[in-house]
Design a protein around this ligand. Structure first.
Ligand code: GLN
Length: 489
């Protein structure tokens, strides 16, 4: 049951082949069995079984939405009423959210059954899940390898068949990079497409929630339930949500694919480059033409992002002061001591590093030199994409410079870790939608295990339906998205 798609499971539920309670129990048993993956921070067993019973009732009554009775899980960044919402941090280890994020409400109303809350880098800062207060999740393709981050728990859970699908969030690549590392399909929607209300803020102008699933078809179903205008989020866009599943099967004849040459220069692993070539050949067969693009501003994305994201995080995280909620130190001597020690004890070292960098970049003497400069670069990058997307329908690129790396390999050098985001970060700066789909597996050698490879698809604003269509067409003629890591069959 855990290798089936949402559509197949929905059919099984409607045909009475199994009930949602049975399906949910099956996933709960697997979560327990594969506990060592550390994909979950909290498993909400009772909550899940109650929701599954309700789903069975709704299914029996007929006319239930497609997600009714489907077991899934939320990244632990989405507030869930009455349930611990930790954001991967000691700071919020004791935080029981008093309300639901809009995305949580939406999936609840769609009848989906939440199994629990998934592991992630602390406050979504990281590319390997190693910044989690709860320890890193592991990649189901190899236990010594990272699942990517920050939505590492989400990717690991879906790849290992511990949830049918999952939510993730992406500020600079955190849906796409773990999706690539774990061999699943992930979509970062256009900024404003999915409500950020109740999604704990890291860098508000970049954060966006999205679906992580086994296929583009499943991602379309999940996105459908997540997307839409929300008056509680002032940056939410009041645009109608198209029927994503309806556009999946459109022809790709005449599709123009752009390849930014800056993304195929030094630094890209040879085998990944080869896998991308093979994928492009599939697209040619489907009727697409490939056009080389030059987007010179892309090389400035990483420095601009790490200034802006840090600046925004230093402001967003000032709310964790030990007073209103979250970790509070013992026996503070006075108010200042309370602030200082609560924050010193509650935050991990990467979060502290970013708060320091961000505060520095925003300080009076350096604001123009760093923050303002980075904002200008952001505009240039955005313009570069706008221009490129007048020439082509979609831009394709690698998702990651290399395959998933070994646990501990990059933790000593933050800059090394930041370079992981080379191909994903510019897209957040521009606010565009982008996907990662699996397109290959590395060779299985004694030195290195078999690991998945992702391809990035980048589209114009609100072109999620087109991206899903392009991804689905590829998944109809290849089977990379169906591969299951050994031991999780
Ligand atoms: N790796 C990037 C960072 O650490 C992106 C994280 C994200 O998208 N949430 O900021």
């Amino acid at each position: 049951m855990h290798t089936k798609t949402i559509k197949q499971l929905a059919e099984g539920l409607r045909a009475g082949t199994f009930s949602s309670v049975e399906l949910t129990q099956h996933f709960l048993t697997r979560i327990e069995k594969f506990h060592a993956l550390n994909a979950f921070i909290t498993v909400t067993q009772e909550h899940a079984l109650t929701a599954a019973k309700q789903a069975d009732k709704r299914l029996a009554e007929g006319n239930a939405p497609l997600l009714t009775g489907i077991p899934f899980a939320h990244k632990d960044i989405f507030c869930t009423h009455g349930i611990k919402t930790s954001c991967g941090s000691k700071m919020l280890d004791n935080f029981i959210a008093p309300y639901n994020a809009t995305v949580v409400d939406k999936l609840h109303h769609a009848g989906a059954v939440m199994l629990g809350k998934l592991n992630m880098d602390e406050f979504a800062m990281g590319s390997s899940n190693e910044n989690s207060f709860y320890g890193a999740a592991h990649n189901p393709w190899h236990e010594n390898v990272v699942p990517g981050g920050s939505s590492g728990g989400s990717a690991a859970a879906v790849a290992a068949g511990l949830a049918v699908c999952a939510t993730g969030t992406d500020t600079g690549g955190s849906i796409r990079q773990p999706a690539a590392f774990c061999g699943i399909t992930g979509l970062k929607p256009s900024y404003g497409r999915v409500s950020r209300y109740g999604m704990i803020a890291y860098a508000s102008s970049l954060d966006q929630g999205g679906p992580m699933a086994r296929s583009a078809e499943d991602a379309a179903i999940l996105l459908q339930a997540m997307a839409g205008f929300d008056e509680k989020d002032s940056t939410s866009i009041n645009e109608p949500v198209p029927d994503y599943s309806r556009h999946l099967t459109e022809s790709l004849q005449g599709l123009k694919i752009g390849l930014p040459k800056e993304f195929f220069q030094h630094g890209l692993n040879n085998q990944i480059a080869q896998d991308i070539d093979n994928a492009l050949n599939e697209y040619r067969k489907l009727g697409a033409t490939i056009i080389e693009l030059s987007m010179p501003t892309l090389t400035m994305a990483i420095p601009a992002y790490y200034v802006l994201a840090s600046a925004e995080c230093s402001s967003n995280l000032s709310r964790y002061d030990g007073v209103r909620f979250g970790h509070r130190c013992e026996h503070p001597a006075d108010l200042t001591d309370l602030y200082l020690r609560s924050r010193a004890e509650g935050f991990g070292s990467e979060v502290k590093r970013r708060i320091l960098m961000g505060t520095y970049a925003l300080s009076a003497g350096y604001y123009d030199a760093y923050y303002l400069k980075a904002q200008k670069i952001r505009r240039l990058i955005s313009d570069d994409f706008q221009h490129a997307l007048t020439q082509v329908d979609v831009i394709m690129s690698p998702v990651t410079p290399s395959h998933a790396f070994t646990l501990g390999e990059k933790t000593a050098d933050p800059v090394h870790m930041y370079l992981e985001d080379l191909y994903t970060i510019a897209i957040n700066l521009a606010g565009l939608p982008a996907m990662s789909i699996p397109i290959g597996l590395s060779a299985d050698t004694p030195e290195a295990p078999k690991l998945p490879v992702g391809l990035q698809l980048i589209g114009a604003y609100f072109s999620e339906a087109k991206l899903l269509n392009i991804a689905h067409a590829y998944q109809q003629v290849t089977n990379w998205h169906q591969l299951i890591p050994t031991g999780f069959e």
